[in-house]
Design a protein around this ligand. Structure first.
Ligand SMILES: [Cu+2]
Length: 540
């Protein structure tokens, strides 16, 4: 399975990589954005999400002046548990933190298993003109979270039950449909009161990537406005905590001394470090946004060993397995944001671009430069076998539990109940059954339940009808999907398959006749034969 985030409506999705479909979506209460997400702990105990924007908690009166940010706004980190057997998600707990912006994060692993690291910016707690006001301090923070300690507090009943409202949606592979459940409570641990969960350590300036080396020993902060790359030591972090080597605290959270946690700095790497990935030979690769390059450096001696240009303004990187304990280390992709002069112009917006490098040797070698869409954060490259050997080819008809399933053309029908019409329809190369329907009236709500009867790989059928408010259906082999349609005028409406399926795909069409309210045209449906001309005969 994979995990995906939505920032605008703070939520996390679980994607089933057998089908490449969304299995589950869980909303995040107490969150105003969802940028440092979704990051998983070493054994997928949790999917973790940090809010980008701090906001007043959901159970507080949020009708407060925006300039009371410092008093009223809070940050939230969500720990979503992932069930071992089926991957089901559940918000195990949230940690309430100071009102900062949480940017990116990564779980500890190996020696640092049990910890999580988040880059924070706007530690100035500005509420306006952040480009200036959130760039005042020379250093912001990385927040280290001891989530094993948080679990202890949770077990000891130290969490506060908070009234919230959020949706938890799950998709059922047997019924091919989703259910939405509204949850009304979440358990919150307060970082101010519960000591030993959160610690801050300074990181220069407005850090973006916060990346943990394969052994878990080193945490690399990438300050977007910095001209060096700080590398922190997990071992030194533990020693500094034990020695209470604090320079102060922020809302009850201790701030550790920079030098006490620092392993060392990569000097003169370029400008604007953004994100670091790792290979299997002790090297790190950092994208440099401002100087448009990738810099390779040695994790132990922090010396820069190679650099290659990117085209241009590289954002995130992806080394195969580069954020895991066992990077594959053969390939790296650089994802870029600005491509002026690189490709033929396409109006005001140009394509983004990416470069694929071979990183198996000492020097990085550009092997492909290509246009792409977007600049993915923490894209993943995994060995093909993981996906290929588990991929589903089609849904078995005998396992279809959708209540509107038609198990063959013989069971198709059109049923009226008041002004609701249910069309039980099938699709198989290259016709719909039924493909002629009469007796629909203005004011009817029509539900097309389309079952794709194919039992073969890569033969979806689509379904669209003129005037539908939803674009179309795409129905996988063996699956049933429903499209609701409210006819908006009297007349004849074509319907058709929208996914090229055979040489006779263009012939995979049909017609619906819509009559005025109160019409006596009988409800009739067929395929391959003409319906009796009921009303025209009556007129004569
Ligand atoms: Cu088709």
């Amino acid at each position: 399975m994979g995990f995906w985030k939505c920032q605008q409506y703070p939520r996390v999705a679980r994607i089933d990589l057998k089908t490449f479909r969304t299995s589950e979506i869980i909303e995040l209460p107490n969150s105003g954005g969802n940028h440092s997400s979704p990051f998983i702990t070493e054994n997928t105990e949790y999917v973790v999400a940090g809010t980008r924007f701090s906001v007043p908690p959901d159970d507080k009166n949020g009708d407060v002046p925006i300039n009371t940010y410092k008093q009223n706004f809070k940050g939230t980190i969500s720990f979503i548990s992932v069930a071992k057997e089926d991957g089901k998600m559940d918000i195990a707990f949230q940690i309430q933190c100071p009102g900062f912006n949480f940017d990116l994060s990564q779980a500890g692993k190996g020696v640092s298993h049990g910890w999580f690291f988040f880059s924070c910016y706007n530690t100035e707690q500005a509420n306006t003109l952040l480009e200036v006001n959130a760039s005042q301090k020379d250093k912001d923070f990385i927040m280290a979270v001891n989530w094993k300690k948080a679990e202890e507090y949770l077990k000891a009943g130290k969490g506060r039950k908070q009234a919230v409202r959020y949706a938890h949606n799950t998709y059922n592979e047997s019924t091919h449909s989703a259910t939405s459940e509204i949850r009304t409570e979440v358990t919150v641990l307060d970082s101010k009161e519960l000591k030993d969960i959160c610690y801050f350590f300074p990181c220069p300036k407005s850090p973006h990537g916060c990346d943990v080396s394969p052994t878990g020993e080193y945490i690399v902060g990438s300050g977007k406005l910095a001209a060096l790359i700080p590398v922190f030591s997990f071992d030194k972090l533990q020693k500094a905590i034990a020695a209470k080597d604090y320079i102060g605290e922020f809302e009850g959270i201790p701030i550790l001394k920079y030098e006490s946690v620092l392993y060392g700095e990569v000097k003169k790497p370029g400008l604007g470090p953004l994100h670091t990935e790792f290979d299997n030979k002790g090297s790190a690769y950092t994208s440099m946004f401002v100087s448009s390059e990738v810099v390779k450096w040695n994790i132990k001696d922090l010396k820069v060993v190679d650099r290659v240009p990117t085209y241009y303004s590289v954002g995130h990187l992806c080394v195969a397995g580069g954020d895991t304990k066992n990077p594959n280390g053969k390939y790296m992709v650089a994802y870029d944001k600005i491509t002026k002069d690189r490709y033929l112009p396409t109006g005001p917006e140009l394509s983004q671009s990416a470069q694929l490098y071979d990183i198996s040797g000492d020097k990085m070698q550009l092997i492909l430069d290509f246009p792409t869409i977007g600049e993915p954060h923490y894209a993943q490259i995994v060995p093909a076998d993981i996906i290929k050997n588990n991929s589903l080819k089609f849904f078995k008809m005998e396992e279809n539990k959708n209540p509107y399933f038609s198990n063959g053309e013989g069971t198709t029908k059109v049923v009226r109940a008041g002004n609701r019409i249910d069309v039980y329809m099938t699709a198989i190369r290259s016709h719909l059954t039924p493909d002629n329907i009469e007796g629909i009236r203005m004011g009817d709500e029509v539900y097309f339940h389309v079952t794709n009867l194919e039992q073969d790989w890569d033969v979806p059928h689509g379904f669209a009808i003129k005037g539908a408010a939803n674009a179309e259906l795409l129905v996988m082999p063996g699956e049933t999907q429903t499209l609701k349609w409210n006819p908006d005028k009297v007349g004849i409406f074509p319907m058709y398959c929208t996914d090229f399926c055979s040489a006779l795909h263009q012939e995979m069409t049909g017609y619906i006749r819509v009559s005025p309210p109160g019409s006596n045209v009988p409800l009739l449906f067929s395929t391959g034969k003409n319906l009796p001309a009921a009303d025209s005969a009556a007129k004569k």
